[in-house]
Design a protein around this ligand. Structure first.
Ligand code: FES
Length: 408
């Protein structure tokens, strides 16, 4: 990152702490219709236009470390599997046998060994998707096997982060990452001298709330002094929250630590992590559903992803990441950090089923967002842009007001 950008980001929490009133010229944010969180037609439109067309972070490379290792991406609304090839390349395919649609894998994770074998009649595919075996092939007319490989899904990696995109004509991942890729690529993505970026643990929990509720909880800090008063608020100065709305629906945030706080982190740092991670909780939201967060130092990152399973149900995934292995010399310390953070996440999630219930019952038609919650409105604006405003029912639309507040 340019030193001038680092300086600009580092300065803003101090400016925010000193701010005494509503920012001059910042627009009043219009009411957000609550039905955007429960309307089934809106949910279907989000799945198609956003989750069907965006690059989505689905795995850390360590989850498919060896050839044949796979993940069944059952959080997507189409059946997709991710598998490490014999050549070491991560690939994604529909989990759909080309004979009659049987599954190649049925567990959420595992090893397929040397081949992917359909559990129904035994058609066999190489790890790169080529059809290589058809039992009793004498019963079929000559098959053109070159046309009967597993149907591929776009899959690209950014360092150890693996992404898929259900849209075959999607732009390259790096273009979609935009400023997030530029800022974090040299630190924990890909590039010279990034060093080890290792998976410590992945945790998942299903939440009785819309996927945007779990995203919203990650992109604002207005709630910290109330909801997290006995946890995160002890170390975070919520008033020192600096927010940067970025192009493509992405955003950046730095929340300063309280004065005098020294976190007892002992882990080796990522070699090229920014010193911004020492100043507070330094994070990015990657549209639509992923937050990448330095969790209190240059040495610990968590990646949170929210997956829409139904209008009122979300899978919440957290990948905990460091530059040192989970079972190494810092094992006890790592365990303590993960448990402390997981406790904060559970505090975040505890309100959401109640909010969802209110939205569904219509006891709240719409909600008001403050300046410190503007990342939520930014996300809503981008959602409507991706769906196409004309495809959103008039009563569900949000008016675009933030264009002049998007920066780098
Ligand atoms: Fe896969 Fe028949 S459905 S082999």
């Amino acid at each position: 990152m340019e030193p001038s950008l680092v300086e600009k980001i580092a300065r803003r929490p101090i400016e925010e702490r000193q701010r005494r009133g509503y920012p001059e010229k910042f627009p009043e944010l219009p009411i957000v219709p609550a039905a955007r969180y429960c309307d089934p037609r809106f949910f279907a439109a989000e799945r198609k236009a956003i989750f069907g067309k965006s690059w989505l972070f689905v795995a850390h490379a360590d989850e498919i470390a060896k050839p044949g290792d796979y993940l069944l991406l059952d959080q997507l609304h189409e059946p997709v599997l991710l598998v490490r090839g014999a050549d070491g390349v991560a690939r994604a395919f529909y989990n759909t046998c080309r004979h009659r649609g049987g599954p190649l894998v049925r567990e959420r994770s595992g090893s397929a060994g040397k081949d992917l074998i359909c559990g129904y009649h035994g058609w066999t595919y190489a790890l790169d998707g080529k059809l290589i075996g058809v039992p009793q092939s004498k019963d079929f007319p000559p098959l053109d096997r070159s046309c009967l490989g597993l149907a591929p899904v776009r899959c690209e990696t950014w360092g150890t982060f693996v992404f898929v995109n259900l849209d075959p004509s999607a732009e390259p991942l790096r273009d979609a990452l935009g400023v997030v890729g530029e800022d974090l690529g040299p630190q924990i993505g890909d590039g010279e001298g990034v060093g080890p970026v290792l998976l410590l643990e992945r945790r998942s929990i299903d939440v009785a709330g819309n996927w945007k509720l779990t995203v919203d909880a990650n992109v604002e800090t207005y709630h910290v002094n109330t909801l997290h008063q006995a946890s995160a608020a002890i170390v975070l100065d919520q008033l020192a929250t600096a927010i940067f709305l970025l192009p493509r629906g992405h955003s950046r945030m730095l929340v300063g630590f309280r004065e005098g706080i020294v976190l007892p982190f002992e882990l080796p740092p990522f070699p090229r992590a920014s010193e911004l991670a020492d100043a507070g909780i330094y994070s990015y939201h990657l549209f639509p559903n992923t937050s990448i967060v330095y969790g209190g130092s240059r040495s610990f990152v968590f990646v949170i992803s929210s997956w829409p399973l139904a209008p009122e149900r979300t899978r919440y995934d957290v990948h905990f990441i460091a530059a040192t292995p989970a079972d190494g010399p810092h094992a006890d310390h790592i365990k303590a950090i993960i448990e402390a953070n997981w406790g904060v996440f559970l505090e975040d999630l505890g309100n959401l089923p109640f909010m969802q219930r209110s939205f569904e019952a219509g006891t709240l038609d719409g909600f008001t967002l403050g300046y410190q919650e503007r990342r939520i409105y930014h996300q809503h604006e981008e959602i409507d842009r991706r769906i196409g405003t004309e495809n959103v029912a008039p009563e569900l639309r949000v008016a675009p007001v933030l264009a002049d507040w998007i920066e780098r």
